[in-house]
Design a protein around this ligand. Structure first.
Ligand code: NAP
Length: 310
């Protein structure tokens, strides 16, 4: 089979095309492209079927596990694919590890080291119990996220663009330092003992619930499977589509009830709005995938992220 590889502007990317066996898969084609153009390793390549000129439709993305013949549409000897360079990639695990390592390391710096001297506070710093518990709570949260990244999540995509590492690290590292600065500040005023206990207690329960939600999501995919989407069910997923985000938001609420800083509440608002947007998209995707037609199950009625509001 002859495969012609063109760019989106129609220019030939591999001069003279590629000759592959009739049983070749998309993954074989990606390997063959990589052999001819060392820079474009398979996860950097996005291969689609060409669209008729002027078409506004979305192109069909070639799935690496499928046989090339499935995309030939009658003409088995010839196939033209459109190549797009996705840019340098990193694995999802690397991305998540980098973004979570920042807050895990930076927060204790504000607690243990005399950082505030650089900001002009020369007096002795008294550490309140709530600041110590906040440190444990914070570190447990980010340690848990790193462990989940390596041992729980089953991602659908192997890689993400390298540029996301810089964007996501900027978000997590800046917010982590911003919150740590105020919670550990020498002029920090602690909340009442009861409020602290309610906040951390509630937050901890939500963190454990969040871990359980991630384990339920993990079980929706087989190890080494094709990364598709299923209807999440069990525990809070019977009521809300993105129960993992719900518990994430509530655990930050618990942290903020206990520590009560403007920076912490500001982060809660930003994180909630980001997760709400993602949750709306995930809810829409599941409703579209499970539309109750042609034997497909119908997605049950559920809240999106924050019952009883959304
Ligand atoms: N504080 C913040 O600002 C913030 C923001 C975002 C996330 N987080 C935390 O980080 C965690 C992970 O975030 P995330 O956005 O990666 O979560 P996510 O997409 O909802 O899910 C986590 C894992 O489950 C998989 N999954 C989700 N729905 C599925 C379904 N219906 N069928 C099969 N697999 C499914 C995902 O696969 P895919 O690889 O296909 O997505 C992903 O590997 C969150 O749950 C939350 O605790 C915090």
């Amino acid at each position: 089979m002859k495969v012609t590889v063109v760019s989106r502007s129609g220019r030939e990317v591999i001069k003279g095309g590629l000759e592959l066996s009739d049983s070749a898969t998309v993954a074989d084609l990606q390997e063959a492209i990589h052999k001819r153009t060392k820079k474009f390793y398979p996860s950097r390549q996005r291969l689609t079927l060409p669209l008729p000129p002027g078409s506004k439709e979305r192109p069909v993305v070639l799935s690496y596990k499928k046989n090339l013949k499935e995309y030939c549409d009658g003409n088995l000897g010839n196939l033209t694919v459109v190549f797009k360079d996705l840019g340098p990639q990193v694995s999802y695990r690397t991305l998540f590890f980098c973004e979570y390592l920042g807050p895990l390391v930076l927060y204790p710096v504000f607690y243990y080291f005399p950082v505030y001297e650089f900001f002009g506070y020369k007096g002795k710093r008294i550490i309140h119990p709530v600041q110590t518990y906040a440190l444990y709570y914070w570190c447990f949260h980010y340690f848990k996220r790193i462990m989940e990244t390596f041992f729980v999540h089953r991602f659908s995509h192997a890689t993400s663009p390298l540029s996301n590492v810089f964007r996501n690290c900027a978000y997590y590292w800046t917010f982590g330092s911003f919150i740590a600065y105020y919670v550990n500040h020498p002029l920090y005023t602690p909340v009442s003992d009861l409020q602290m206990k309610i906040g951390f207690g509630f937050g901890l329960v939500c963190q454990l619930a969040n871990l359980y939600c991630h384990m339920l999501l993990r079980n929706l995919r087989r190890p080494g499977g094709n990364g598709g989407y299923q209807i999440p069910s069990g525990f809070l997923f019977n009521i809300v589509t993105c129960a993992n985000y719900t518990t994430e938001i509530y655990q930050w609420l618990g942290f903020n009830v206990a520590t009560q800083t403007v920076s912490g509440y500001f982060f809660l608002v930003v994180a909630t709005s980001i997760m709400t947007n993602w949750a709306l998209a995930k809810h829409r995707r599941l409703k579209k995938l499970f539309d109750g037609k042609d034997g497909r199950p119908r997605y049950p009625r559920r809240w999106v992220i924050l019952p009883p509001f959304l």
